[in-house]
Design a protein around this ligand. Structure first.
Ligand code: GLY
Length: 396
């Protein structure tokens, strides 16, 4: 088992200066404490969204969020080596077997779901069954590749509850999918089959061409002709407007392109990640935490989205790790600024009543899900804290 037991109280930067990181080390220790405390309460359930009393609402096994609890547990195992985290993470494996057995549940989120569960298990424990499940998930993700359009289809025409949304999902590419490519890169590394890598590279190129705007902002989704693959139009789903910039979508792309650059060494992916991150930084101004959409009008409620801040922080530290000298210092400083904003305004690890780590997330503002704990905010908060401290072993 690979366990990183080191404690970091200061990280030597490229420029030779020492960043003060003890605040992040202490926060990470509180995250571990919180995970230990709530483990008997959460059990095998899947946190979906916070309640006003800072406990969780839970969801069934076919939800895109089901791996964020296990992702935190695998990170905790890596940090501590404590069997309690291994047992809790491993006990969740049946959830992921179930996803593979339900065709309506298998969508582009297989990447989130399996990287942070079965791939993590394989990397940490060399479990052959975990590897097998991860590869089956990667095959199912690869099967979503649309040859004419050169993209991975995001959602399914039927929901797991039997509802139809064929018209809405057809030909639609979404920013979030950039996070799911890691499963394909991993499957390529494991098997040597070029199809996995080629589909991931092609999807990233399509995303770069059509979802990233020339000013460094991004569309949440983009629609393609389902037969010819011709690009049609950008549209939003969770953002303020079609031409606006949904902050979590921008964060998914920053982390996703940085992740691609880290895995493949692709300089163009790194440049796109830089451009998206610099634009988000400019749009944030002095805000400690990103607003849910960078282009809302003045009469629109300016809910914050702590999950966007956490995802972006983790991505920005990846960019820092791929750059040197003054540029690395600049990205580390932006990552630190994002973490400081979260720690100052959203940190729940000092509130003993809370079951999660971060407050003030915005799941879907127009659907009324605002100002709440979110399991993905929590997972990326831990990842960002670890990256800020120099950890390099993750599951993507
Ligand atoms: N991937 C779904 C979301 O970010 O809400």
């Amino acid at each position: 088992m690979r366990a990183q037991l080191d404690s970091y109280f200061g990280v030597l930067t490229e420029a030779g200066a020492t960043r003060s990181t003890d605040r992040y080390q202490r926060a990470l220790e509180r995250c571990l404490e919180r995970l230990r405390d709530v483990m008997p309460i959460v059990g095998l359930r899947n946190p979906k969204i916070g309640r006003p009393d800072l406990t969780w609402n839970y969801c069934g096994p076919f939800d895109w969020v089901v791996s964020f609890q296990s992702g935190q547990l695998w990170l905790a195992l890596q940090l501590t080596g404590e069997p309690i985290f291994l047992n809790a993470a491993r006990a969740r494996r049946p959830i992921f077997r179930q996803i593979l057995q339900n065709r309506h549940a298998r969508d582009h989120d297989l990447g989130f779901q399996f990287s942070l569960s079965c791939v993590a298990d394989w990397l940490m424990t060399s479990s052959p069954e975990a590897r097998e499940l991860g590869l089956r998930a990667a095959e199912a993700l690869l099967a979503r590749f649309h040859e004419e359009g050169q993209y991975l289809q995001a959602w399914n025409p039927r929901t797991t509850h039997g509802g139809s949304r064929a018209e809405f999902v057809a030909g639609r590419v979404i920013a979030d999918t950039m996070q799911n490519l890691a499963l394909l890169y991993w499957a390529h590394q494991e098997t040597g089959h070029a199809d996995f890598r080629d589909a991931a590279l092609a999807h990233a190129a399509t995303t770069a061409r059509h979802l990233v705007r020339s000013d460094g902002t991004s569309y949440h989704t983009f629609v393609f002709d389902t037969v010819s693959g011709a690009p049609l139009r950008g549209e939003t789903h969770q953002g303020f407007a079609d031409e606006s910039c949904w902050s979590r979508g921008q964060a998914w792309m920053i982390h996703g392109f940085a992740q691609c650059a880290l895995t493949t060494g692709d300089k163009e992916a790194l440049d796109i990640a830089r451009r998206l991150a610099a634009k988000a930084e400019a749009l944030m101004g002095q805000d400690p935490v990103p607003v849910w959409d960078y282009c809302i009008t003045e009469d629109t409620p300016a809910y914050r989205d702590s999950s966007a801040g956490a995802i972006m922080a983790a991505g920005v530290y990846i960019i820092a790790s791929l750059t040197t000298g003054a540029e690395a210092a600049r990205w580390n400083a932006f990552g630190d600024r994002l973490l400081d904003g979260l720690l100052t305004t959203c940190d729940l690890t000092t509130n003993p009543a809370a079951h999660g780590l971060l407050d003030h997330g915005a799941a879907h503002v127009k659907a009324g899900f605002t100002d709440t704990m979110l399991p993905y905010g929590d997972y990326y908060f831990m990842e960002a804290l670890m990256r800020s401290l120099g950890h390099t072993q993750f599951f993507w």
